[in-house]
Design a protein around this ligand. Structure first.
Ligand SMILES: Nc1ncnc2c1ncn2[C@@H]1O[C@H](COP(=O)(O)OP(=O)(O)O)[C@@H](O)[C@H]1O
Ligand SMILES: O=C(O)C1=C[C@@H](OP(=O)(O)O)[C@@H](O)[C@H](O)C1
Ligand SMILES: [Mg+2]
Length: 175
């Protein structure tokens, strides 16, 4: 059983993934934390030193490795869905959950999360507000393409999101 969380930055993939794994008694892996531990540098350091294309190569490689793994809950980074070959492999043997949030909610969570500084360097030269609108629009078709279940998280806390995922997995006969 492999449960994979996708969605834009700050929609709750990492927090929900940890709690879901605890509830299901499965190991949890966060793709960004995996990359950071492997390289020994924060995402912000990686991007400042070598640029976004280099981070995307590391992400693609890590995603491919996760395609080979089973029995885990996996939280991806917001941009992981751009690696379509690796995502197609993951899609073949996983339940994929798309966590959604409205742009205003994403902005608020991004600004309040202490990890934004080291895990979420700017993706564009735009203002944060413009960046969220623009990158969300680009990526939504990809999130849609891979999702088995879509959850609107604006008015739900982490436990409520986890409960919805567990209910879906039960109904689908996955657990
Ligand atoms: N459902 C939620 N309601 C309120 N805040 C949330 C929710 N999910 C996540 N957060 C908060 O948003 C921030 C980003 O969450 P995180 O799990 O790191 O998201 P992601 O991994 O998708 O970027 C954190 O500060 C987290 O506590
Ligand atoms: O949206 C993106 O391109 C990114 C999202 C981040 O992960 P979260 O979605 O967990 O914030 C992290 O992978 C990196 O900063 C790139
Ligand atoms: Mg995350």
């Amino acid at each position: 059983m492999k449960i994979v969380l996708i969605g834009f930055r700050a929609t709750g993939k990492t927090s929900v993934g940890k709690e879901l794994a605890r509830r299901l008694g499965l190991p949890f892996l966060d793709l960004d934390e995996y990359i950071v531990n492997k390289v020994g540098k924060s995402i912000t350091e990686i991007v400042e030193e070598k640029g976004w294309p280099y981070f995307r190569e590391l992400e693609k490689e890590a995603l491919y490795e996760m395609g080979q793994r089973d029995n885990l809950v996996l939280a991806l980074g917001g941009g992981s869905v751009m690696h379509t070959d690796e995502m197609d492999l993951i899609k073949a043997n996983s339940s994929l959950i798309w966590l959604k949030a409205q742009p205003q909610v994403i902005l608020l969570r991004l600004e309040q999360d202490e990890k934004s500084c080291s895990f979420r360097p700017s993706l564009t030269n735009k203002s944060l507000e413009e960046e969220v609108a623009c990158i969300l629009a680009q990526r939504e078709p990809l999130y849609q393409r891979y999702a088995d279940l879509i959850i609107e998280t604006d008015h739900l806390n982490t436990e409520e999101v986890v409960a919805k995922i567990i209910e879906f997995l039960r109904q689908a006969g996955v657990i």
